[in-house]
Design a protein around this ligand. Sequence first.
Ligand SMILES: [Zn+2]
Length: 468
Amino acid sequence: MRPLADAPGTAAASFDLWLKAVQHDVIAAPAPVHHALRASDNDTTRIGISLMNLAAPTGLPHAELVIRSARLRNQPGLVDIAISSGTIASVTPSNDAVPGLWTQALDADGKLIAPGLIESHLHLEKAYLLDRLPFDAATLDDAIMLTAQLKKEFTPADMRERALKVLRKAVTHGVTHVRCHVEIDDTLMMSAIETMTALRAEVADFITLQIVVFPQDGITTQRHGRDLMRQAACEGADVIGGIPYNDPDKEAHLDFVFDLAVEHGMPLDFHIDLSDDPQQRDILLVIERTIAAGMRGSVTAGHLTSLGSIPAAEASDICAQIAEAGINVVALPATDVYLNGRGDAQAARRGLTPVQMLRQAGANVCLATNNIQNPFTPFGRGNILDTALMLAEMCHLGTAEDANYVLDMMTTNSATTLKLPHHDITVGAQADLAIFDATTARGVLNDCTRPDMVVKNGRVVTAEAMPR
Ligand SMILES: [Zn+2]
């Protein structure tokens, strides 16, 4: 990113001018940008901020931010994007003259602009637990048992701190939305939901959180299971979660969460299975209930790895049913590959949901990171681009078209899952976006470790400016 050629002075000089203007109340100080500039003062050419029409005559259109010479995927030429009131106001062919008046402008210098990345399935309160483990988990049962033990020591401050660490990394890597699965059980009660609900408001200028109330240890197994699910549905959760495979009464579990979702008009998001057992077919129970409840498009299945071990003809039929029921699927390769395939003496299965088969069936498929450095996934740098590259390699998604699809999986496809109505670089969309030092989706996967710049709700944001 470089300063605008026609802007006065260097980016650093522009920052001084901007700060002076703010100090004299000439323009309002948008807090995240203010801090972003301060934090990046020695790296201004990377952020590439330059200025600015301060004295705006009335009667002319005014944009808070103009991004010039940006490249849209699969489109010839460059565009200028004007952002006003947090919304994309115009997308026009790049021109020497910026239309209207603007407070702040950047030159994207021909780099790729994409909608903000979306982590459609992430666990915040149980990230970064490795240094607390008495021993390392070798199975899914180990991971669930060890985490259940560690949860007894979780405090709100501890959960907030580790969650913020994840969210800072997410913002750094271009993520503007996270759907997080937040646990309730007889140990945590409402403490994790309350912590994440408060955090959702604290970080709203930087990243949008959707909270799934998640009964990791079952509902019928917990003395307060049903009451906690009901309470969370009324007090902060956006989505009802479920995990039938970890509840001895999976039918009662499924009936309860579907009823609760229908009662509150909320979407459902399942940890549907996490095995390579071809007999594990809980997805069929969810398909049936989704159709019966009239919830097409409002149900999501995370992991769904057993489908990858079902013989192809049968699996293909199930993929068609998933597409027909409008069930979203989230592949979580970092966890799925780590925990599955362990029973295979050689040529271990990859343990992933069959992404290509689902894609061909017309299902909406997403990718996400799931866990970071905990018993379920003792790896992870909190970078969704790492996850995307891993998935592309594991699923043979190697063509230029495939790279576009992988980018879709963490942008537009995930927006469908999160029910974000308009998550794209088009007029009227909320200005949540990232600019990458690449010209194609393939370049993003192969060459980028993070975006050059992230914009949330029309403002440049950085992790350094986030709450501590
Ligand atoms: Zn999960």
